[in-house]
Design a protein around this ligand. Structure first.
Ligand SMILES: Cc1cc2nc3c(=O)[nH]c(=O)nc-3n(C[C@H](O)[C@H](O)[C@H](O)COP(=O)(O)OP(=O)(O)OC[C@H]3O[C@@H](n4cnc5c(N)ncnc54)[C@H](O)[C@@H]3O)c2cc1C
Length: 405
């Protein structure tokens, strides 16, 4: 079987690395970035315990490399902006291992390292399609770093790991309508000058306006702020100024706690480096109607980042896809794959992933209630610590399967 992977971000890198370990499959991987050049390099992320569990199941060496470049995510603290505690949630209560905190640049470096000499870095895919006269085969056309165009044909399975703004997905599975939630999220990474005010994963609320922060190696703090906006609208310019950023998190009465004061100073001082985004969802789709094109990660499911599950689910996707592709290759024992075999394989991957991912998307959206216009953030957050939600968090962080249930 010949597999073409477009995009070596989170999902594409892991799948490419795992398939490249086998001798019975030919893999061609494309990534428009050069090694060492990392989109989103200026920010950080938290990855859930569930991604680390999936990775440990299929590639313990890769899981160990990711852990070595990161720090543990073990607690989730929520406070009001004046420092009054809302909850302190040790993940060990409902997860069987910690998650991680890491810089994007480090995550990409570790995940892409096994693809050196395998993936075509600096190659931007500019066209894909069905090979003329061979409806069961796809081709990929890319622009090389030298500006020439290269074409690769004879592909049995085309994998789109090209992210949130996937070009392959609308081409093969049609356009979608983005669902806007009415909240902006902005991100900043700064050197840690907080003197110990920020450490593990924590949130601070001023009504529905939220600050999130944690330390990442080697000595930085990742800050992500959010506040309600009109759904689908741009973030108003007067809400982004250094003064507005301070005001969002200043309590009406009294003073903010020292951590919030420090973050407000950082946001004001570095406001030109802030990355702005909006909370939005892309409806789920794992395959095209022919079953010869597989979508993974954000190309399959853009979700709200409230629970840090976007990259986390991209890891799960890649681990499940690698496991099921490997199983199909074992069963074929060298026999060629027909178009029907490939369609059956992508159907199995969809069956293993779609129900869980849809549930994670829905739960992430449900947990966004605290950040919506008019919400009493702390009161909404306290609801998440009620017994009714224990099973949901256990399911989220621990219930990882490589096969359909
Ligand atoms: C504000 C915000 C905060 C977030 N925080 C978190 C968090 O804390 N934890 C978490 O788990 N998730 C988080 N996410 C989600 C996370 O960013 C994504 O879910 C994750 O990156 C998806 O991985 P992916 O592999 O699908 O795509 P990506 O990692 O985006 O990779 C796509 C790759 O495809 C490449 N590519 C695209 N087009 C082409 C082309 N034509 N040719 C060649 N290459 C191409 C790109 O260069 C890129 O390397 C957050 C998202 C947002 C917006």
């Amino acid at each position: 079987m010949k597999i073409g992977i477009v995009g070596c971000g989170v999902a594409g890198s892991i799948l490419g690395a795992l398939l490249a370990r086998r001798s019975d499959v030919q893999v061609v991987c494309y990534e428009r970035a050069q090694p060492g050049e990392h989109a989103e390099a200026g920010t950080g992320l938290n990855v859930g315990p569930n991604a680390m569990k999936a990775l440990a199941n299929v590639a313990p060496d890769l899981e160990a490399a990711v852990r070595a470049a990161s720090w543990r995510w073990s607690r989730w603290q929520v406070q009001r902006v004046d420092g009054a505690p809302v909850f302190d949630f040790p993940l060990s209560e409902l997860a069987d291992r910690p998650g991680i905190r890491i810089r994007w640049s480090e995550l990409y470096r570790v995940l892409r390292a096994p693809l050196e000499g395998i993936a075509r870095f600096g190659h931007a895919v500019q066209a894909c399609g069905v090979e003329p006269g061979r409806p069961d085969r796809r081709y990929i056309e890319s622009r090389t770093p030298h500006g020439t165009v290269e074409r690769e044909g004879g592909i049995d399975l085309l994998v789109a790991g090209d992210g949130r703004y996937s070009v392959l997905r609308p081409q093969f599975a049609g356009a979608w309508t983005t669902r806007h939630v009415g909240v902006t999220i902005y991100r900043l990474l700064v050197p840690d000058t907080s003197g110990g005010l920020i450490d593990d994963y924590a949130w601070w609320f001023n009504g529905a306006k939220r600050l999130l922060a944690f330390r990442v190696p080697p000595g930085h703090v990742y800050i992500a702020g959010s506040f309600p906006i009109e759904p689908g609208a741009d973030v108003p310019a007067d809400q982004r100024t250094p003064e507005a950023l301070r005001r969002h998190y200043w309590p009406d009465e009294g003073e903010p706690c020292a951590a919030v004061r420090w973050m407000a100073e950082q946001l004001a001082a570095h406001h030109e480096q802030i990355h702005w985004a909006r909370l939005q969802e892309t409806p789920l789709a794992f395959r095209d109607p022919s079953g010869q094109v597989l979508f993974l990660g954000d190309a399959a499911h853009g979700m709200v980042p409230t629970l840090g599950q976007g990259a986390t689910q991209a890891v799960e996707d890649a681990c499940v896809a690698a496991h099921l592709i490997g199983r199909a290759l074992d069963a074929h024992d060298g026999r060629p794959f027909s178009a029907a075999d490939v369609a059956d394989l992508t159907r199995r991957i969809e069956a293993a992933r779609a129900p869980r991912v849809q549930w994670v998307m829905d739960f992430s959206l449900q947990c966004t209630a605290a950040m919506l216009d008019g919400a009493d953030g702390p009161a909404e957050m306290l609801r998440l610590r009620e017994p009714a939600h224990r099973d949901a968090f256990r399911r989220l962080w621990s219930d990882v399967r490589l096969d359909a249930a």
